[in-house]
Design a protein around this ligand. Structure first.
Ligand SMILES: [Zn+2]
Length: 104
């Protein structure tokens, strides 16, 4: 698999991976920060906050730009400026496939 595609999978449902990481990076704004800077998580229903499986499926939101595009070093991919730039180019500039906008 393309490594950028593989790494992109780690930017969602990544609670456990982020908790285990020492550094995280955002593929959107390309900032690098420690995981404890992340205070916002997406994808947890309020009626499942006591469900560990649901908690582990949360998606980190970038503390700098708010995007759900955070990659932790525990993903096995490098969290550094060159790699984040490649991710950014692949997913946010050139090849990101957006769903067609439905017209009413
Ligand atoms: Zn960001």
């Amino acid at each position: 698999m393309n490594e950028l595609l593989a790494a992109y999978r780690y930017t969602t449902n990544n609670w456990a991976q982020i908790q285990a990481s020492k550094l995280c990076g955002c593929c959107n704004c390309m900032q690098i920060f420690p995981p404890d800077e992340i205070t916002a998580w997406a994808g947890l229903d309020l009626d499942r906050v006591d469900d560990p499986a649901a908690v582990a499926q949360q998606t980190a939101m970038c503390p700098r730009c708010g995007n759900e595009a955070v990659l932790g070093d525990q993903s096995g991919f490098p969290v550094n400026a060159p790699f984040l730039l490649r991710m950014n180019e692949a997913w946010f500039q050139r090849t990101l496939i957006r769903p067609a906008i439905k017209k009413k």
